[in-house]
Design a protein around this ligand. Structure first.
Ligand SMILES: Nc1ncnc2c1ncn2[C@@H]1O[C@H](COP(=O)(O)OP(=O)(O)OP(=O)(O)O)[C@@H](O)[C@H]1O
Ligand SMILES: [Mg+2]
Length: 285
């Protein structure tokens, strides 16, 4: 759904200092229709890369393709929904006026704007505030409005920069539900986050960026399994007593066999998986 090829971007911090490399030779490809988390520490380059993908800033080298369309082709704008990290919306518009404006910019019919506003604003619990001016919105309300605006034109891919930061727990849950809901209709999702547990909960795949370089791109499940020691937790009952032990993969079968031969009962056998959080922390070392 998204391919970045050899993207690099440097910034000049001031006249005297050397250029600062924010993105270094980044290449990756995301499979269609997936929910992909974009993890990286503060300053890793997530927002910069997202802005490059959207064509807001030009990289020094490289190219981007979205849904098989080259980024120079204006038609890709209609296929992408975007929610910025630090949104700035016209303060004097009401929520309704703002969404109507966003829809019209994308050439959406009046009827569709109404339909999509109703659908997403009610799911994101912001419908109640849509006839108020944006200047009176709280941070969480702005975020909810921003998410509706990213969906108003029925995009094929949504790119969200830190959509969950600053939301209360209920808001985070609602956003994750909408992400799943949109994705169930075949829409790809690419969203940045610091919260590893949210990424693990909702995403299929993950891209990890460190100091402007990709250090992992692939399925979360694979990342967890490859970085997990081959230890199993076994719970069994023998002579009326419950036992919990850890066993190595290579001794698993012989241990199970001996328990069964002694007339024991196996209650639970499960692989001891590391959490994504621990793994990402180790990758960064
Ligand atoms: N316009 C700019 N001029 C100079 N430096 C910039 C500019 N934009 C970004 N940078 C630098 O590029 C690096 C990456 O910034 P970026 O905003 O992409 O990080 P991020 O991963 O989104 O961080 P956060 O998690 O805090 O949002 C930072 O060191 C930042 O100072
Ligand atoms: Mg950022």
């Amino acid at each position: 759904m998204l391919t970045c090829k050899d993207i690099s971007k440097s910034f000049k911090k001031d006249f005297w200092s050397k250029n600062f490399v924010a993105i270094r030779d980044v290449s990756f490809s995301l499979e269609p229709g997936r929910i992909v988390g974009f993890l990286g520490a503060n300053g890793a380059g997530k927002t910069t890369l997202i802005k490059i993908i959207l064509g807001f800033i030009k990289p020094d080298t490289g190219s981007v393709e979205v849904l098989g369309i080259d980024w120079n082709d204006e038609s890709i704008r209609k296929l992408i929904g975007y929610m910025p990290e630090r949104p700035f919306y016209y303060q004097n518009l009401t929520g309704y006026e703002f969404l109507d404006y966003c829809g019209k910019l994308q050439g959406v019919s009046e009827e569709k704007i109404k339909e999509n506003t109703k659908k997403w604003a009610s799911k994101l619990e912001i419908e109640f505030a849509l006839d108020r001016k944006i200047k009176g919105y709280s941070k969480g309300m702005l975020q909810r409005l921003g998410f509706v605006s990213a969906l108003i034109h029925e995009p094929r891919l949504i790119i969200l920069d830190e959509p969950l930061s600053g939301l209360d727990p209920i808001g985070r849950k609602e956003f994750k539900e909408v992400i799943r809901d949109v994705n169930a209709h075949g829409v790809g999702v690419f969203f940045s986050s610091h919260i590893v547990s949210d990424v693990q909960e909702v995403c299929d795949d993950v891209v990890v960026l460190e100091n402007g370089e990709i250090i992992y791109n692939g399925s979360i499940q694979d990342l967890i399994e490859k970085n997990t020691d081959s230890i199993y937790n076994l719970t069994y009952r023998l002579e009326g007593q419950i036992h919990n032990i850890e066993i190595e993969t290579n001794s698993k079968e012989s241990r199970l066999k001996s328990i069964l031969e002694k007339g024991g009962e196996v209650i639970k056998l499960e692989k001891n998986l590391s959490s994504l959080e621990e793994i990402v922390y180790r990758l960064n070392k």
